[in-house]
Design a protein around this ligand. Structure first.
Ligand code: 4NP
Length: 220
């Protein structure tokens, strides 16, 4: 919304710019600029934002991001989606506080997860970063991997005083709820316990279910 409003503001300025007779773009060119900018901002506005959230953003959520983005592409919907992932501090207690610290920030995906994913042709390319306040405005689906992630998302939202879901136009949901082939309550943390292949099985199942659900909800 903010970006669209800012883009609209720039568009308005371009349309209203008065330059000297020789200096500025022609009326036709200015009209074209307005049209292009309006359609660009329209496309941005229409994107469905989906962000996957785990603890460290090096195992589960970056894999979910890669799997979901691939499925979106396979469905020919890449222009309709804004897909990302993030963590909730990686074990730091102050990650959501001003000046807080997040373990693993800036790191690539865990090498064990990247190896397991690459066996299935999935490339994990994102770098770890924590959930941020502005994510609640950018993403309509904020998808946690387990109860602890969901609790951390809620804790941060409370601390940052973001509008509640119904006002903010976002949902905080659990990835496991979108599995249709596996009956699970969470996507378990494989960092210490292992089970990377099983985690990818669950993420592939849930990504399929989540994309189908969003397509239904949004008429895509
Ligand atoms: P993730 O896995 O939340 O799926 O990225 C973890 C990564 C790091 C840690 C725990 C879980 N850690 O404790 O550093």
């Amino acid at each position: 919304m903010g970006a669209a409003r800012r883009a609209g503001g720039r568009t308005g300025m371009a349309a209203g710019t008065r330059r000297g007779a020789g200096g500025g773009p022609s009326l036709a060119r200015r009209s074209r600029l307005v049209l292009v900018r309006a359609s660009e901002s329209g496309a941005r506005e229409a994107k469905v934002g989906v962000i996957f959230v785990c603890l460290g953003n090096i195992c589960r959520s970056p894999t979910a991001e890669a799997v979901f983005a691939t499925r979106v592409e396979m469905a020919g919907l890449e222009d309709a989606f804004d897909v990302d992932s993030c963590g909730t501090g990686g074990g730091s207690s102050n990650w959501y506080k001003p000046g807080g610290f997040s373990y693993h920030e800036g790191e690539q995906g865990d090498p064990r997860m990247r190896a397991a994913a690459s066996e299935r042709g999935i490339a994990i390319t994102s770098r770890s970063r924590p959930l941020r306040e502005e994510d609640f405005a950018r993403f309509q689906y904020i998808v946690g991997m387990d109860e602890s992630n969901l609790g951390a998302i809620t804790l941060a939202a409370t601390e940052w005083q973001v509008p509640p879901p119904e006002e903010g136009g976002y949902k905080v949901v659990s990835m496991a709820d979108y599995c249709t082939k596996h009956d699970v309550a969470k996507v378990p943390d494989p960092y210490y316990a292992g089970g990377f292949d099983k985690v990818i099985d669950l993420l592939e199942d849930a990504c399929e279910g989540l994309l189908g659900e969003i397509q239904k909800e949004r008429g895509l």
